[in-house]
Design a protein around this ligand. Structure first.
Ligand code: HEM
Ligand code: HEM
Length: 220
């Protein structure tokens, strides 16, 4: 089965592109990570009350969904590697790009696990729901002493916020590098991760284009 998947993926990799599965993972998770950064920052500023609790719950549930998708994505990436493209030229930039991607995967685990610990140490801890389908219980901290609960809260907050401090500049660096590849180096790196739009050659200038009012010539 893995060989079949790789053969299918080679049709994209051969053209320097990630597969549609890889592209969907990338943009879905990029949007979710950005949402998490903004919602995490914003929810701290709410006044204590039901709205704040609801914001914490939503942030935590989307974060846990990221843990699930991060694991599936890693599995996918191990089975189906990305394309070889201009980002793979030998040199420190390519090494930096790979280190950044590796760190992203590590953070996709560290952030949700530290967040889950944080959520579970705030009493009374409630279960979380993944996409409304699966219920994830809080970690079993209810019966431990208040000193230990406080310690867990303290340590997991340091880890969570520390991971955010690493993630935010990495996202910026990664985005600037992708835009530099596209607009400065004019290579194929950004196109590799963009969804493919089939070119049916009906665009202005294409062989099948006709001006409004003229008859069109459908391909035989
Ligand atoms: C990629 C995933 C995640 C990102 C990027 C993220 C980001 C953030 C950010 C930016 C903050 C605000 C930090 C601050 O200003 O002090 C925060 C706080 C928080 N996050 Fe996350 N988070 C993620 C996953 C999770 C998960 C999975 C949970 C819970 C299951 C969670 C629970 C919390 C809680 C409870 C706080 C509040 C901490 C406090 O009040 O001190 N987070 N997160
Ligand atoms: C929170 C935001 C983002 C995260 C966490 C993220 C993460 C990743 C990861 C882990 C990869 C490795 C490929 C994979 O395993 O799927 C990757 C590749 C890539 N990303 Fe992002 N990304 C983000 C945002 C962006 C944005 C905004 C852009 C473009 C403006 C971008 C452009 C690219 C490109 C071009 C590649 C392919 C690099 C190559 O061919 O080696 N990413 N990204």
């Amino acid at each position: 089965m893995i060989n079949g998947l790789r053969e299918w993926a080679d049709r994209y990799r051969g053209r320097g592109k990630f597969t549609p599965v890889g592209v969907t993972f990338h943009w879905f998770m990029a949007a979710a990570v950005l949402y998490q950064l903004v919602s995490g920052w914003a929810m701290q500023r709410y006044l204590a009350g039901p709205e704040k609790l609801e914001a914490y719950r939503l942030h935590s549930e989307i974060g846990m969904t990221l843990l699930l998708f991060g694991a599936l994505r890693l599995l996918w990436r191990l089975m189906v590697p990305g394309p070889i493209n201009d980002a793979d030229n030998a040199g420190w930039r390519s090494k930096l790009a790979y280190a950044t991607e590796g760190l992203f995967y590590a953070l996709f685990v560290i952030l949700p696990l530290s967040g889950w610990t944080l959520w579970s140490a705030i009493q009374p801890a409630r279960p979380l729901s993944l996409l409304g389908l699966v219920t994830v219980p809080a970690m079993p901290f209810r019966d431990i002493s208040p000193e230990w609960q406080y310690w867990l809260l303290y340590v997991s907050e340091i880890v969570h916020v520390g991971a955010v401090i690493i993630l935010a500049p990495l996202v910026l660096l990664h985005t600037i590098a992708a835009l530099k590849h596209h607009f400065w180096d004019r290579d194929d790196v950004l196109e590799g991760i963009l969804p493919e739009v089939p070119d049916n050659q009906w665009h202005p200038g294409g062989p099948n284009y006709s001006r409004p009012g003229e008859s069109s010539h459908p391909p035989s």
